[in-house]
Write a protein that binds this ligand. Structure first.
Ligand code: GRF
Length: 206
């Protein structure tokens, strides 16, 4: 396997997906290639970004599949049919059970917009993370890329980057700064690190 095959799971605007696409194009992700984007929302602009980049995309919703179990079954089917090596959650807002995470041990990564273990776990996603950081009054926040296991935001940490909070920050201003200064830099770097490991490991299993 010269390159690991990457699937990116999205739900919204897809700015993290775009950072991955741009990084791959700029040669910053040498050990992997994004071959599939899966959204759990038909309205996700991330699907538009995939189309513009010529990347295959699928839309799978729990509702259309008839519940969480069927949704995960179809998702695993789609990923395995394409020989996916690494699953990247990029703004993906849907729970994934132990059945799913157990299928890809240390082959699912997620970007969380805070410095885990702060402001993470159940209920901490999107703007809520930044609202919590501002209401607590922390002076520094940031982003974390971690492996995904059955505990929400509980997997081994891969990379982190700190971002200063400024007087007068609103959740929206802070979210943007964390995206620009941390998320969009960390996720491509983590993708390359994990793909390099996977390519090496696959090289060994003759
Ligand atoms: C943002 O809150 C980001 O911090 C988190 O997911 C949300 C949407 O990101 N990682 P994206 O623009 O869809 O990548």
């Amino acid at each position: 396997m010269t390159k690991a095959k990457i699937a990116v799971l999205v739900s919204g605007g897809g700015t993290n997906l775009q950072a991955l696409i741009d990084a791959e194009r700029a040669g910053k992700i040498k050990s992997g290639e994004i071959v599939l984007v899966v959204s759990n929302s038909a309205a996700a602009y991330a699907l538009e970004r995939a189309k513009n980049a010529g990347i295959e995309s699928l839309c799978l919703t729990r509702k259309d599949c008839g519940g969480q179990e069927k949704f995960e079954e179809k998702l695993i089917e789609a990923l395995d049919a394409r020989g996916i090596d690494l699953v990247i959650l990029a703004g993906f807002m849907s729970i994934l059970s132990e059945t799913f995470t157990g299928h890809y041990p240390k082959r699912i990564i997620n970007i969380h917009p805070a410095l885990i273990p702060s402001f993470c776990g159940k209920g901490y996603y999107g703007l809520k993370v930044h609202e919590a950081a501002l209401s607590y009054g922390v002076k520094v926040t940031g982003a974390t890329v971690h492996y995904v296991n059955e505990i929400p935001d509980g997997g081994e940490i891969i990379l982190q980057k700190a971002v200063n909070i400024r007087p007068g920050d609103t959740p929206e201003i802070l979210q943007r700064r964390v995206m620009e200064q941390a998320e969009w830099k960390l996720l491509p770097r983590a993708a390359e690190l994990v793909c390099r490991r996977l390519v090496k490991e696959k090289g060994k299993t003759i």
